[in-house]
Design a protein around this ligand. Structure first.
Ligand SMILES: [Ca+2]
Length: 226
């Protein structure tokens, strides 16, 4: 609001008028999770918490903080961790990264290591979860099995959300995987259905979901990839 100098009585009238109009404006559906794109995208300081969890072979589908999951102040650090040190210069916030086709290409390229396809126990980023709509706020980057079998079997599971529990509003899925979100831990309760590219089969494409939908918004407590 501009700085105004006017008599107190006029100010009171303006305030009263504003208050009278306010209910109609606030009654419009406006999910706070749908973050407006920042006009300063790329310039904003990092906000929130950015975690990386590894769910590859022999590791639990439950996080053990400090063992298979570490949280950071920037998305850059979380992606460096989740990618096994192969992507060290991702943007500091996830919304900027998602808007960059090169970031998408590099995440999907993790499935190829020096010209060969990654083994199932090698770190591949299979999904990223976000606190707000349009990939904003805090994030959780998940390293797990690539999805090699045309979605025939579940490859990676996260039975209890160690971060962003009941807080996910958008998500992306990589490395040819599909993903399903459940409202309760251990894959129970309401769910989204399997979503992502129609055919994985070892290919390296991604799918982006800027809004998980009102039914599941801020409810996810477990996730699986296939
Ligand atoms: Ca839940």
């Amino acid at each position: 609001m501009r700085s105004l100098t006017m008599p107190a009585a006029v100010v009171s009238t303006v305030v009263a008028l504003s208050m009278a109009l306010a209910p109609a404006a606030s009654a419009a559906p406006s999910p706070s999770d749908v973050a407006a794109p920042s006009p300063r995208t790329g310039q904003a300081p990092p906000t929130g918490k950015h975690c990386a969890i590894h769910l590859t072979a022999g590791k639990s589908s439950v996080a053990v903080p400090g063992e298979n999951m570490i949280c950071y102040r920037t998305f850059t650090e979380a992606i460096a961790d989740a990618s096994g040190g192969r992507i060290t210069d991702a943007p500091r916030d996830p919304a900027t990264a998602v808007a960059d086709p090169e970031f998408d290409r590099r995440v999907n390229a993790l499935s190829q290591i020096n010209g060969r396809t990654a083994a199932l126990d090698e770190d591949v980023i299979i999904g990223i979860e976000y606190e707000h709509g349009n990939f904003g706020g805090s994030s959780l980057a998940v390293a797990g099995h690539r999805c090699p079998d045309n979605h025939g079997s579940v490859e990676t599971t996260l039975a209890v959300l160690p971060s962003l529990d009941n807080a996910i509003s958008s998500y992306s899925v990589y490395s040819g995987c599909q993903v399903i979100h459940f409202a309760d831990t251990y894959f129970k309760g309401a769910f989204t259905g399997w979503l992502g590219h129609q055919s994985g089969n070892g290919h390296t494409y991604s799918s982006y979901f800027p809004w998980i939908g009102s039914t599941m918004n801020d409810k996810t407590s477990s996730i699986a990839w296939r």
